[in-house]
Structures are given as structure tokens and as C-alpha cells.
Design a protein around this ligand. Structure first.
Ligand code: BYC
Length: 317
């Protein structure tokens, strides 16, 4: 950067050189806005995503399974907290971001509006939902915005453990009784379509992708990542002795990838507009939890105020 470099030239130079933008750097308002949107929605997804699995903590089939599931759900809360911190570094405070979730103006991932009906669904969530999250988030470790990329490194490590625990649940069921194997089969097929939709709409219907890729927030398109995920899960399902019921899921020698059936995009749009099977339940639960936590926020604010007053008194003494 020279004395005559303008802030936007400096920004573009950092992007071109694959360097990081930090919170104190100048950035275009649209870059700040798109990142605040994506990171806060990612944080909301982690927090809402605790619900389907937390429902199963009391019904996990053994003490060991219960302890593992509790640790996973706690990890998701931690991911939400790192991500709210990363989003706040762009200038919007956490209370405002949380309010956007509570009043329904901010989205969270469509996948968490589906119920976890059986214990096998907990396996399917770990293997497929966390598996999809890993494929989406590994490239985000190289996101041009430093605080988001760095948060993703730890999140991805923890997601790997989550994915393994899901796979291990399914492995036990697939090698159990015929009824257990059937339960695993049904679970992975319930989550197959919704998990593929986690990557977002097809590229032609993704209004944010082009600019986000130019800014190196996203490194790959929605369809590229979805394909990468499909190519990963087919051999993994074979290793489990399970299969997906998608008749179009076949290896395409020419493309060197698996083809797969058209996803139900009308259903996806309906879910992200609030009409999925569990949207109402998820939001009611979150609003209640937020109201129940009011005394904790009030106590923390009162404590911070008192500490600041003591500090000011000491400085002026
Ligand atoms: N669900 O232009 P597009 C986890 C929205 S949690 C809902 O392609 P973009 C876990 C999109 O927001 C992991 N909405 O958008 C937690 C946009 O609407 P707005 C969650 C979706 O941002 C607990 C519109 O559709 N992961 O793993 O370029 C337990 C057009 O889309 C969805 C993340 O949040 C969707 N699936 O690309 C277990 C990853 N897809 O905002 C596990 C971070 C799209 O303009 N986010 N929309 O009103 C991303 O990578 C990107 O935001 C997306 C979408 C790929 C999701």
C-alpha cells in the first residue's frame, strides 16, 4: 500500500492477494452487510440446531451415549457463541442480532425445521447434517474475513467428532437387528434431501453467491459443494451397508461424479419461509428460552455496571 492508495484499493489488494480482512480494516458496506447476514445466520443455526438433538438427551440408549450427545449439543452452543462474537466484530451487537432471529427477520438453516423422530435420526443428523456442515465449512476456514475464518477452524475440528459419533450410531444400528437396520435406513433417507438442501438453492437461484465468491467469502458455489458432499456420502453409506432411496443416484463415468435426483425446491422455499414441519415449535422454544434467560442477562448487566463504577471510582481516587 502506498501513500496514495485509497481504502477500497487497499481492500481489493488484500482480497486479490488472498490476505485477511480484519475488523479494523476499511471494508465496503455491502461486504460488512453480507458477512453480518451470513455469520449471524450461521450462529442462529448453531443455536436452533441444538433443539432436535437436545430432545434425545434424556432418551439416549445408554449413559455413554447420553454423555456424548450432551457434549455435542454443548459444542453447538459454543459454536453459536464464537460466531456471534465474529459477527459482532463487524459492528452489530449481539442483542440486535438475536432480536432479528426472535422476530423472524433473520434466517437459520432449513435442516433444523425437521423433527428427530427416532434414535437413528440422531445418527443421521451427526453423519449427514454435521457431514454437510463440514463440507460447507472447511472452505470457510479460508474466508477472506479473518474472525470468521479463524472461528471456522475450531468449529470444523469439533464437527469432525460430531460426524464420527453419528456414523458410529448408524454403524451399530446397521449391524444390529433387522428392525434396527431398517430404522437406520429410514433415518438416513428422511435426512438425505434436507441435508443436500443445506448447501442452499441451485447456483442459478442463488442471488448472493457471485458477489460472495468474488469477495472470497465463499470459495465454491452451492452446487459444487453439494456435489462434493454427494460424492462423499455414497461410499460411506455402502461401508455402513445402507443405501439411499434416490433412483437417480448413480455414478456418472463421464462426469466423474454421482448424479442425483432433483431435490424438492418448493419444499425448501416453504421451509425457509417458516412453513416447515417444526418452524413454529423451534421458534416458540427459542423465544421461551430467551425469556427464561432474562434474569441472567439482567444480572450480568448489573454486575458489569457495578464493576465499571468501582473501576471509575478507583481511577478518580
Ligand atoms: N437454510 O444466495 P444464497 C450445524 C437462504 S449449523 C435457510 O445461496 P448464501 C449444526 C440464504 O440465507 C451449520 N436459508 O445465500 C448445528 C439467502 O437468504 P437471505 C449451518 C438458506 O448466503 C447444530 C437465500 O436463501 N451452516 O452444522 O450465498 C447441530 C439465497 O441463498 C439456506 C451455515 O450457516 C438454508 N439451507 O449461501 C448440528 C453455513 N440456504 O440471507 C449441526 C454458513 C440458503 O439473502 N452459510 N438460504 O435472506 C453459508 O455457507 C451460506 O450462507 C449458504 C447460503 C451456503 C447457507
Amino acid at each position: 500500500m502506498t501513500a496514495t492508495t485509497t481504502p477500497d484499493q487497499a481492500f481489493n489488494e488484500l482480497i486479490d492477494n488472498d490476505a485477511r480482512i480484519e475488523s479494523t480494516d476499511w471494508m465496503p458496506e455491502k461486504y460488512r452487510k453480507t458477512l453480518t447476514r451470513q455469520i449471524s445466520q450461521h450462529a442462529h443455526s448453531e443455536i436452533i440446531g441444538m433443539q432436535p438433538e437436545a430432545n434425545w438427551i434424556s432418551r439416549a440408549p445408554s449413559l455413554k451415549r447420553k454423555a456424548i450427545l450432551m457434549a455435542k449439543v454443548q459444542d453447538e452452543a459454543g459454536h453459536g457463541l464464537y460466531l456471534y462474537s465474529a459477527a459482532e466484530s463487524l459492528g452489530t451487537d449481539r442483542a440486535t442480532l438475536v432480536q432479528q432471529l426472535l422476530d423472524g427477520t433473520a434466517k437459520y438453516s432449513s435442516i433444523f425445521n425437521y423433527p428427530a423422530r427416532t434414535w437413528a435420526d440422531i445418527g443421521a443428523i451427526g453423519w449427514l447434517v454435521d457431514g454437510a456442515a463440514i463440507v460447507n465449512q472447511v472452505p470457510l476456514c479460508r474466508c477472506s474475513y479473518g474472525p470468521y475464518g479463524r472461528a471456522m477452524v475450531r468449529v470444523c475440528k469439533e464437527e469432525s467428532f460430531h460426524q464420527r459419533q453419528g456414523w458410529e450410531i448408524l454403524h451399530s444400528l446397521a449391524n444390529g437387528t433387522a428392525a434396527q437396520k431398517q430404522m437406520a435406513h429410514e433415518a438416513i433417507n428422511r435426512f438425505y434431501g434436507p441435508a443436500l438442501q443445506m448447501f442452499g438453492p441451485p447456483d442459478g437461484d442463488s442471488p448472493n453467491s457471485e458477489q460472495s465468491m468474488a469477495w472470497k467469502i465463499k470459495r465454491f458455489s452451492n452446487d459444487e459443494l453439494r456435489q462434493r458432499f454427494v460424492d462423499t456420502i455414497v461410499p460411506q453409506a455402502e461401508a455402513l451397508g445402507l443405501s439411499f432411496d434416490d433412483p437417480d443416484l448413480v455414478w456418472n463415468e463421464e462426469r466423474g461424479h454421482y448424479d442425483y435426483g432433483e431435490l424438492d425446491w418448493d419444499e425448501f422455499m416453504s421451509v425457509i419461509k417458516g412453513h416447515g414441519p417444526c418452524n413454529t415449535q423451534r421458534m416458540e422454544h427459542r423465544r421461551q428460552a430467551h425469556a427464561d434467560g432474562a434474569w441472567v442477562r439482567d444480572a450480568a448487566a448489573a454486575y458489569a455496571e457495578r464493576s465499571n463504577a468501582v473501576e471509575t471510582a478507583l481511577i478518580s481516587a
